[in-house]
Write a protein of this length. Structure first.
Length: 332
């Protein structure tokens, strides 16, 4: 409503809203009305005060809904930005990659994601691996088992779905609901204390988890590589950085930066140099993955507080710093 229509409204409603009891006021009012005067001068001070209080209170009561709407709009803008980000030419090509993961029920995935869409990540990771039916695969840090389900369903391998934060019983319920209890064995274990025999696995895979424990210099040689058969493969995908932050964390990222992120997020070169030190593996590939935007977009659209918190972080990041690093090595 513009100022002139507001004045008109006040002008025509004031006899009803602010009926003055004083005869002199009424006379003055009539005169003013004849003169088509829009001013509020005729209102007595307490009534003017009441009127302004009424305006202020109605604004105050509407404030939370206004804030809520602004927030909604901000989130929608961010999601829209991220969507546009994924619509760039280079990522259009990427979309055609997800022929397997696009078959999965979106609601089920969103309910069980713990970060960037793990099945899109594993689909890309597996482009470089040859899995055969009946192989034994370790899924280390499997979370709620999305990657284990994908491995068992798409490749017919036997998966040892191992995780710390998610209990074996919780994962077993999910595995049974998918009818995969003959293919996936849920295990609750810490990555430094894995309950498996040496050279038990054909392949060890870890998606969005290895950076929590694998940053230790001797982790690969001491804990993971020995569990894989000679000639077997170790394949890891971790969230990382395009380049190490040698001059400190960029200012725009600081509000979202937790201390452990400086320890866990690293560039592809950093991971390459770490794995090069192990004499139990030879590195086949170490590169930036193509599915970053797609996997993040899926995560940010999940209905949980962690995903909502990450929207702000990804807005600040603006496509400048994060990536997903893939490392594949052969067990020597
Ligand atoms: C961000 S979640 C990702 C889960 C799953 N891979 C996915 O992408 O949906 C990281 C997972 O790493 C696991 N993890 C972290 N530290 C671990 C440790 N020391 N031993 C075993 N698992 C660990 C957690 O239990 C958690 O489920």
């Amino acid at each position: 409503m513009n100022i002139s229509s507001l004045c008109n409204l006040i002008h025509y409603t004031k006899p009803f809203l602010f009926r003055s009891t004083k005869e002199s006021d009424l006379l003055k009012y009539k005169k003013r009305r004849q003169a088509n005067d829009n001013s509020l001068l005729l209102l007595s001070t307490p009534k003017l005060f009441l009127f302004l209080s009424f305006l202020f209170l109605s604004f105050l009561f509407r404030l939370p809904s206004v804030i809520f709407l602004l927030k909604q709009e901000k989130e929608a803008n961010i999601k829209n930005k991220l969507y546009k980000w994924c619509e760039k030419d280079k990522t259009k090509k990427v979309k055609t990659m997800f022929t397997k993961s696009s078959k999965y029920d979106t609601a089920f995935l969103k309910e069980n994601m713990m970060g960037p869409n793990a099945i899109k990540i594993i689909e890309e990771l597996l482009e470089s691996l040859k899995l055969e039916e009946g192989m034994r695969v370790l899924d280390l840090g499997c979370g709620k088992g999305l990657t284990s389900i994908f491995l068992a369903k798409e490749y017919g391998v036997t998966v040892f779905a191992t995780d710390l934060w998610i209990s074996a019983t919780e994962n077993y319920d999910r595995i049974k609901s998918m009818g995969l209890e003959d293919k996936i064995i849920p295990i609750h274990a810490e990555a430094h204390d894995l309950p498996f025999a040496d050279e038990f696995f054909d392949v060890a895979i870890s998606v969005d988890a290895y950076h929590y424990f694998g940053i230790e210099e001797d982790y690969l040689t001491k804990h993971l590589a020995p569990l894989v058969k000679k000639g077997g493969k170790i394949a890891v995908a971790v969230p990382g950085l395009k380049k190490e932050f040698t001059d400190g964390v960029p200012e725009e990222m600081q509000p979202y930066w937790f201390e452990d992120m400086s320890m866990t997020l690293h560039s592809g070169d950093w991971w390459y140099n770490l794995w090069k030190k192990s004499d139990l593996v030879s590195i086949d590939e170490c590169k930036e993955m193509k599915c970053l935007e797609e996997a993040w977009k899926d995560w940010l659209s999940c209905d949980n507080d962690y995903a909502r918190r990450d929207i702000g972080m990804m807005e600040a990041e603006g496509g400048n710093y994060f990536n997903l690093v893939l490392i594949i090595a052969t067990r020597l």
